[in-house]
Design a protein around this ligand. Structure first.
Ligand code: PLP
Length: 291
């Protein structure tokens, strides 16, 4: 356990690789993965988003020149909502003898039969990888985790300053996270409800996209998670739409460059949302499309 998910990524990446090593990083990775790679002092190469051909090309050209190679990726991409192609990525890693670190921040509690994350969702449990996550999203607490072999955990306990030289989780955050995990295990209905909400919103947005004003304003970014993004023309429009939605009681983020390449409205669904909330959202979006 680390004090946050951000620190877990910094701590794990900087411990696993150093100056003589190579990090291959998806171009849309979260800031904590990117900064972990910089902190490690390894050579960092970005590959095109979820592009296995680009990754393979870079591995074939580069991996012989370095001592170790680490591939780092979000499992659910935080600003798009799509999933990394984990099974194929692990096959490539095996072929080239690379390590893989996957950040499950938005997958923990959400994906997989028991809510264990994207690794479980893709049937990759038990394969050789480093799984990082946070207690701060679906679990509603604070803290980050790294899981892997006992050897890996022992190594991190000895090599990760972000774990050794800072205060551990507070008892209250720990208790809250443990309770959240118990709820996750005992009440799978919450996860089913969440995915039902995702299906409903996807369907309603697709219906709205049949209207000219809506499809002129919004472009649906493909998503396989409760994060759903609607791309808009520019930052000003994103802010104006965000404000209008806020005034109508809908809290969404207007995300703009340089955080993301294109401006967008980022919607995050919860298990506790009800059909009326989803309807309220699409009604507000329909209105915003006419701005
Ligand atoms: C993909 C991803 N990884 C890591 C983090 C950092 O987690 P934490 O908030 O626990 O520091 C976040 C966001 O908070 C995130 O979206």
């Amino acid at each position: 356990m680390f004090s946050s998910g951000y620190l877990a990524n910094l701590g794990a990446i900087a411990a696993l690789v150093g100056q003589r090593d190579l990090v291959l990083s998806d171009e849309f990775n979260h800031s904590s993965l990117k900064n972990g790679a910089i902190l490690s002092k390894a050579t960092v190469l970005e590959y095109a988003h979820c592009d296995l051909v680009d990754l393979q090309t870079k591995l074939a050209q580069q991996h012989d020149r370095f001592r170790r190679c680490l591939i780092i990726t979000d499992s659910v991409f935080s600003m798009d909502g799509d999933l990394c192609p984990l099974p194929e990525l692990l096959n490539l890693a095996e072929q080239f003898g690379c390590m893989v670190l996957v950040d499950e921040a938005h997958a923990t509690g959400v994906l997989g039969e028991t809510g264990a994350g994207c690794v479980e969702h893709w049937g990759c449990t038990g394969r050789s990888l480093v799984q990082v996550g946070t207690l701060s999203k679906a679990l509603g607490s604070l803290g980050g985790y790294v899981t892997g072999s006992a050897e890996l955990i022992d190594f991190l306990r000895n090599r990760s300053p972000g774990w050794i030289y800072t205060t551990g989780l507070s008892p209250s955050d720990t208790a809250a996270a443990l309770e959240a995990i118990a709820i996750l295990q005992q009440e799978p209905g919450r996860r089913q409800q969440l995915w039902q909400n995702v299906g409903q919103l996807q369907q309603q947005v697709r219906d709205c996209l049949n209207q000219a004003a809506f499809s002129n304003c919004f472009k649906l970014i493909p998503s396989e998670s409760p994060i759903l993004c609607l791309q808009v023309a520019d930052a000003e429009r994103a802010i104006a739409i965000g404000q209008l939605l806020h005034e109508r009681g809908v809290f969404v983020a207007a995300v703009r460059p340089p955080t993301v390449p294109t401006s967008r409205i980022r919607i995050t669904l919860m298990a506790t949302h009800q059909p009326i909330h989803i309807h309220q959202l699409t009604a507000a979006l329909t209105l915003a499309a006419k701005l």
